[in-house]
Design a protein around this ligand. Structure first.
Ligand code: AMP
Length: 205
């Protein structure tokens, strides 16, 4: 199964991807995680991407497409994966068409103000990557690891990321709907409830 997880930043794509990986044994390809990994290792790609990430802007298409093209070439034809955070523009979606055939696109719908609230309290575990709430935990509830906040989870950057989503990524909704690939999910509830809806959808397809 090859899926795209589509939705605004903070809609819960990463959390759902972790559940999906467990249940369906799908590889999780997150372009944001690849950039953050490069940044941590001070690679030229990471340093180039940082300029855009800090401003809440998209990294230019050519850079992202080259990176994703290389990543996808590691997969055999029968291997499943889900893309999280890619594509984010129509040009990226058109590029993806030339690389693979998708089985579906899951759209996580959620209100902007719920997202702002969520991202301003989001913390991640340094050890296991678990996503949690900084106001509820001071250590990772899953493994006891140290928590950190993403640099781009501040209100100004979050609002830019949302604007970029509405302007540049939302056109993908029509793009994929026209191809009969789009499935809407209400992403407002608890992660487990959202996952139940995703499973229902995938198991009935
Ligand atoms: P994310 O973790 O998906 O929220 O991504 C964090 C940041 O990485 C974004 O705000 C962008 O600056 C950059 N980024 C991730 N994926 C893409 C993409 N497909 N196209 C352009 N920029 C991206």
């Amino acid at each position: 199964m090859r899926l795209v997880l589509l939705g605004a930043p903070g809609a819960g794509k990463g959390t759902q991807a972790a559940f999906l990986k467990e249940k369906y044994n799908l590889a999780h390809i997150s372009t944001g995680d690849i950039f953050r990994h490069n940044l941590k290792n001070n690679t030229p790609l990471g340093l180039e991407a940082k300029k855009y990430m800090d401003a809440g802007q998209l990294v230019p298409d050519e850079i992202v497409m080259k990176m994703v093209g290389e990543k996808l070439s590691e997969f055999a034809d029968n291997e499943g994966f889900m893309l999280d955070g890619f594509p984010r523009t129509v040009a990226q979606a058109e590029f993806l068409e030339t690389k693979t055939k998708l089985d579906g696109v899951v759209l996580f719908n959620i209100d902007d103000e719920v997202i702002v609230k969520r991202l301003l309290s989001r913390a991640l575990c340094k050890d296991c990557g678990n996503v949690t709430n900084i106001h509820e935990h001071d250590k990772c509830p899953a493994c006891g690891g140290e928590l950190y906040r993403r640099d781009d989870d501040n209100e100004e950057t979050v609002r830019s990321r949302l604007k970029v989503f509405h302007d540049q990524t939302e056109p993908l909704i029509d793009f994929y709907r026209a191809k009969n690939l789009l499935h809407d999910i209400d992403a407002t509830g608890k992660p487990e409830e959202v996952f139940e809806s995703v499973v229902k959808l995938l198991d009935h397809d």
